[in-house]
Design a protein around this ligand. Sequence first.
Ligand code: ATP
Ligand code: MG
Length: 310
Amino acid sequence: MTSREERIADFIEAFRVEPGSTVKLSKDFDPTYRGTVRKKKKGRQLLAEGIDILSEYQTRLYAQHSHGVLVVLQALDAGGKDGTIRHVMTGVNPQGVDVHGFKVPSSAELDHDYLWRYQRQLPRRGAITIFNRSHYEEVLVVRVHPELLERQNLPHSARGKGMWRRRYHEINEWERTLSRNGTKIVKLFLNLSNEEQRTRFLRRIDLPDHNWKFSSADVREREYWDDYQRAFSKMLSNTSTEWAPWYVIPADRKWYARIAAAAVIANALIEIDPQFPTIDKDAHNALLDVKKTLEAQSPEGAAPDPFEAG
Ligand code: ATP
Ligand code: MG
């Protein structure tokens, strides 16, 4: 590992949820945290570094073609998911990235098991897919609003006592299968404070060209703040695993959240360490034969191999 890669690995350690630990969000993670990166200017340099790594490694990920990367993005309303996606993914080849947003499930989606619609959008080998909201809504909004569960038409055996524990377990096992078979899962929770959410909603009201982003449903949802904090805490405690750990990103400062998110995704690519495929001796000799043929076709006055000639 070069020092750049080591710096990234050290930087993200503070955000990682240790598998098996019990998280209480309000006590364990500070939305205003910024460690040693006190200044936006220093942050910009780090972000550029993270983005460089993303871009370099993405090409290799595509060339190696054995792994896909799934980025799971969860946040409270106004947590900054969209801006994070936009900033982090500048510099990567758009052909290798898909973004899927998950809204309230349709009736066709509700006619299947709860993981079905997420399974269908998983990354291909060589690609990065971002889930803007994800299967974790199934243990967040659905847990906070039990009436949503009613719409899922579940058999009796999938409900009742222990159902959330079972869902955590099912999600962990699903992710384990995916990760063993080449899908690297990167889970980011953008952790916003109550006061910063209030400020961002007001900003959306105060700035005319942000009015379109304002949703009164989001303000109503804010009344369930404590329930969400509990649901997020339980989710983090039960679904941070060795194969797919959660990272809690301090989200009160947008610039910091973007650096942190880019660093965690970059680190996942570093861990995969994809390589350009190499070819064996026979294939190499075959290339040299073709090279000779092409060189023999050089017109009058041209170098046999203009590339080699510089
Ligand atoms: P933005 O507001 O930035 O456009 P968003 O992700 O908030 O993006 P919305 O259309 O505002 O999109 O909200 C989507 C809604 O769908 C959220 O309230 C979310 O909780 C809800 N949702 C997502 N998945 C599920 C699910 N499985 N069951 C029920 N509701 C869900
Ligand atoms: Mg919304």
